[in-house]
Design a protein around this ligand. Structure first.
Ligand code: GNR
Ligand code: NI
Length: 176
């Protein structure tokens, strides 16, 4: 087993985060190594999900694990080329955060349940219905694959306030 590598997470307003990611061609050893490194980066952050584009890879893949804590073993879900094939009319609201929008949180409304079709870690096709935080998280991640951040679901005023604060934090953290 090779050593895992922690990846740098790109932060807004970096325009790279607006990239629409392209489908993965083959689920091979290189892709699995990338996904393992993404999972390690997610757990270290810590976060409950991570999309390729956040670590500079514009491919349609994400990792998530909404259940883990110190007492629960890690059980990352690897999701490649996801498609939402059904979404509930029922909505749910969650106070979302994002590793690419550090220290900012806001309520976002999304379908409460979604059915997905995707390829797993082994390249096998899976269909499954997610609800609760899993449904919220996977929709947040699929948004990343389409170049969309949770702040894009907010009013223009709230979004621009957050962007302004992010720019200030980034300016203040530059070491001269
Ligand atoms: O760690 C994360 N928490 C979170 C909380 C509510 C809704 C979505 C998320 S995903 C986020 C990690 C991240 O930025 N994934 O892209
Ligand atoms: Ni995010």
């Amino acid at each position: 087993m090779e050593k895992t590598v922690l990846l740098d997470v790109i932060e807004a307003p970096d325009p790279y985060l607006k990239t629409v990611s392209t489908p993965v061609g083959a689920v091979d050893a290189d892709l699995r190594r990338l996904m393992t490194n993404m999972a390690e980066t997610m757990y270290e952050a810590p976060g409950i999900g991570l999309a390729g584009i956040q670590v500079g890879v514009s491919k349609r893949l994400l990792v998530m694990d909404t259940n883990w804590d110190e007492a629960t073993p890690r059980n990352p879900k690897f999701i490649i080329n996801p498609e939402i094939i059904w979404a509930s009319d029922e909505r749910s609201v969650y106070n979302e955060g994002c590793l690419s929008v550090p220290e900012h949180y806001a309520e976002v409304e999304r379908p409460a349940e979604v059915t997905l079709r995707y390829l797993d870690y082994n390249g096998e096709q899976v269909e499954e219905t997610l609800s609760g935080l899993d449904a919220t998280c996977v929709q947040h991640e699929i948004d990343h694959l389409d170049g969309v951040l949770f702040i894009d679901h907010l009013s223009k005023l709230k979004r621009s306030m957050i962007i302004k604060r992010l720019r200030k934090t980034q300016r203040d953290s530059v070491v001269l």
